[in-house]
Design a protein around this ligand. Sequence first.
Ligand code: PNS
Length: 164
Amino acid sequence: MKKAIYPGSFDPPTLGHLDIIRRSAKMVDELVVGVLHNSAKNSLFSTDERVSMIKEVTKEFPNVTVTSFDGLLVNYMKEIDATLIIRGLRAVTDFEYELQIAQTNRVEYPEVETIFLTTSLEYSYLSSTIVKEFASYGGDISKFVPPEFIDRIYAKYQIERNGL
Ligand code: PNS
């Protein structure tokens, strides 16, 4: 039984994240989307908000569950008995950071393997940071996030979509 975790900040979740969830769910028996609860980090959305947003857009996938975790990813993986980590790779700029994390995780938990999925071309430029930057200036984010999230993201910046 292959149980994988797709960990991340997901602040906010994007279409790129959803694409990775959709594709990786096909490769494993069970996929846990793990939202990092990081109290030190200034998130736009609370952990609970991010978990429920992802639940909303993944409810049609029967083998996907969404949870939050804090502390070390590998410790959480031992807790839930998962040995695969899924991460998306957009460009070469992601590579060094991702390699470092993957190798550190394997030193801490040798049974762990990290699987990198290359991001679909249409999302290769996309990141939560870019979405926030765009939204904060009232830019059109409809190509970046699921439609259900658009008003909620603008609301964080006190922007009403009708006014755009
Ligand atoms: O979406 P992000 O912010 O790129 O995700 C990064 C994440 C959550 C995968 C990574 O920061 C993480 O696993 N954090 C938990 C703490 C940990 O285990 N760090 C890795 C050891 S170097």
